[in-house]
Write a protein that binds this ligand. Structure first.
Ligand code: ADP
Ligand code: ZN
Length: 434
């Protein structure tokens, strides 16, 4: 039976959700205008006053904000409350450049706990569960985010953090963890380690996993589900907006619900900034509605996704964001063909490989080249040159016919690609290193 942490709001009517947003948006805009010089200057520049923002229809009058704004005002320029009211700091993991720092008031942390509690309930967890948190604890938001949610629902928290994977697996088995929280690539690594240690999935008590913080495909989800004998759910978030839990996966396992009482989602055309209708793919933009310390207005995430509205089969009515395909900066342009690493992942898994791969991009004689290194599994291992060449050619053809890219495929031995305990590195673009 479907579990809700806060059924009333999670299944509210569209009118009720809009009413909440209409009430909260003007307050947030006034709060940033009064307290954050950056927002005030940007609004003054285009002549928009807080009074001009009466309902969510006025949202489009406000300027966008960008990661660069957070870098330019580093460290505390975007904070909207005095430091004495800030009770916690986190920082982005710095995947795409200089890190940024964000702050939370006690109320902000309470909201964060609440949305992560919604996530846990949505995957069927409750106070009787043992929540094993293998997201890194520290400035990264992953660990503390899910930790807070698990604490809110009264579950037993096992705050393992990431790393030391053998010990991780021993704890998983001995402490009888039931819910695993980590990145999907780490979940795979844990699954592999389990097997290496000779532990069968029937010997562990895990029933579900909450995996996010990096793009992963549905194919990879099924692989993880099989390896660990669980249901795997997606969770999305970003440091600038809050951390994990901004959007939460549910029993439908196709997309994630946006916590619309705390955040407004928009999808825009990344080139023109035009707001796109529901169902169209574009860049995801968030505006916070209740944040005190670090409110954020029309933040351009660079994540590419689609939003739909309606009642989900889980009964929730919050808008749903599709699994983001990746960030605009992850998109590879190979001889004019646009391709996301996640699309390559889909092809690899459909062809019987695992999500252990690495994409190497380079430029030789002014031409872009791609090499896809894919690991063979122990079961499918071969060192016969004829067989290897045959398999590489087949995969090359599949990538070409499905994605239109001509990639060199190299099959490599099991466990030869470095495993990640956090966000996996999927692409090495040598063109950017020159
Ligand atoms: P950094 O920007 O340094 O990586 P964050 O930890 O804040 O730091 O990362 C947030 C980003 O992680 C998102 O903008 C998105 O690109 C990615 N992300 C988070 N959750 C998911 C998910 N479930 N699916 C795909 N991408 C995700
Ligand atoms: Zn749902």
């Amino acid at each position: 039976m479907e579990k809700y942490w806060q059924k009333e709001i999670e299944t509210a009517s569209r009118d009720e959700i809009i009413a909440i947003q209409n009430e909260r948006l003007p307050k947030t805009v006034k709060h940033v205008y009064d307290n954050v010089p950056h927002y005030r200057a940007k609004m003054d520049e285009i002549g928009v006053k807080p009074e001009d923002i009466k309902t969510i229809d006025d949202l489009k009058k406000l300027p966008f904000s960008y990661k660069q704004d957070l870098r330019d005002t580093y460290p505390y320029g975007m904070f909207a409350v005095p430091m004495k009211d800030v009770v916690r700091l986190h920082a982005s993991s710095g995947t795409t450049g200089k890190q940024i720092v964000v702050g939370y008031t006690q109320h902000d942390l309470d909201v964060w706990d609440e949305i992560c509690a919604r996530q846990l309930y949505a995957v069927g967890a409750d106070e009787s569960d043992m929540v094993h948190v293998s997201y890194g604890y520290g400035l990264f938001t992953g660990g503390f985010g899910l930790h807070g949610g698990a604490s809110k629902i009264g579950a037993t928290i096992i705050p393992v953090s990431s790393g030391n994977t053998n010990r991780q697996v021993t704890i998983l088995k001995d402490f009888r963890s039931t819910i695993l929280c980590c990145t999907p690539s780490y979940a795979m690594f844990i699954g592999e380690t389990l097997k290496q240690m000779g532990i069968d999935k029937s010997e562990i008590c895990l029933k579900a996993g909450i995996f996010g913080a990096e793009p992963w495909t549905d194919e990879m989800r099924m692989q993880i589900e099989e390896m660990l004998g669980i249901k795997a759910y997606d969770v999305y978030g970003l440091t600038e907006v809050m951390g994990p839990g901004v959007c939460y996966g549910c029993s439908a396992q196709n997309g994630m619900h946006v916590n619309e009482d705390h955040f407004i989602i928009e999808v825009i055309n990344p080139e023109t900034g035009e707001v796109l209708p529901d169902g169209e793919q574009g860049e995801i933009v968030f505006t916070s509605l209740t944040k005190e310390a670090f409110p954020i207005i029309r933040y351009r995430t660079r994540d590419i996704g689609v939003v739909t509205r309606g009642t989900c089969e889980c009964g929730r009515t919050f808008a749903k964001m599709s699994k983001p395909r990746g960030r605009t900066d992850d998109m590879l342009i190979i001889r004019g063909v646009n391709v996301f690493p996640s699309q390559i992942e889909t092809v690899l898994i459909r062809c019987g490989y695992t999500a252990n791969y690495l994409i190497l991009v380079d430029r030789v004689n002014n031409l872009d080249t791609v090499e896809v290194k894919v690991e063979m599994t122990d079961e499918a291992f071969t060192d016969s040159m004829t067989e290897l060449t045959k398999r590489e050619r087949t995969l090359h053809e599949e990538l070409k016919s499905l994605l239109g890219i001509s990639a060199k495929v190299t099959l490599v031995p099991p466990r030869s690609i470095e495993r990640s305990t956090g966000k996996a590195v999927r692409v090495i673009d040598k063109r950017k290193l020159i």
